[in-house]
Every structure is written in structure tokens, then in C-alpha cells.
Design a protein around this ligand. Structure first.
Ligand SMILES: [Zn+2]
Length: 98
């Protein structure tokens, strides 16, 4: 718990024993003001986590596709730069053929 209590909207210092729902200075809804802020931050955090997870999944999926490609071609896996690796173009394949 915080030692002092102040309005999250206007910053007015409130008594620890001020238990009404609305700020006496600006009238903001103290209970729900903070709650909405928390919920919004939680939602943003959750969205970021989902986005991060999705990126990991996409990367994993890409890695699997590259792995399959290299297995088909009988080539060693390009683990060193797996993040940047793209399958060689048709042009490069022709160049490597004897
Ligand atoms: Zn206020």
C-alpha cells in the first residue's frame, strides 16, 4: 500500500481516510479510474506477450520449413544464420549444378 493517497487524474493529495469514490477536486471516479488504467495496462501487456509468442511460433515454423527444404536437397542445415536464411533462389541452384 502507498503511504499517501492522491488523485490519479489531477494529483490532489487525499486523506488516507478519504473513502469516497470521487475526487473532491476534479470529481474523477477514483475506484474505476485506477482500475481502468490497470486493465488497459494488463491488456497491452497481454497483447505484447501474444505478439512475442506469435513471432517465436512464426520463426519456429519458418525454421521447420527451411529444415524440410534442406533435408530434401540433402544439404547441411544453415543453423548459423537461421534467422536470416532464405532458401536459395532457382538461379543459385543452377549455378551449383555440374
Ligand atoms: Zn482529482
Amino acid at each position: 500500500m502507498k503511504e499517501d493517497k492522491s488523485c490519479p487524474n489531477c494529483g490532489k493529495k487525499l486523506s488516507l481516510f478519504y473513502l469516497k469514490q470521487n475526487c473532491p477536486a476534479c470529481g474523477v471516479d477514483l475506484l474505476h479510474y485506477d482500475m481502468e488504467g490497470r486493465l488497459e495496462r494488463d491488456a497491452q501487456k497481454a497483447a505484447k506477450e501474444v505478439e512475442a509468442l506469435w513471432r517465436v511460433l512464426r520463426r519456429a515454423d519458418k525454421a521447420r520449413l527451411i529444415e524440410k527444404y534442406y533435408q530434401k536437397k540433402g544439404k547441411p542445415f544453415p543453423w548459423e544464420d537461421a534467422d536470416a536464411a532464405e532458401p536459395p533462389s532457382a538461379q543459385e541452384q543452377e549455378d551449383q549444378c555440374p
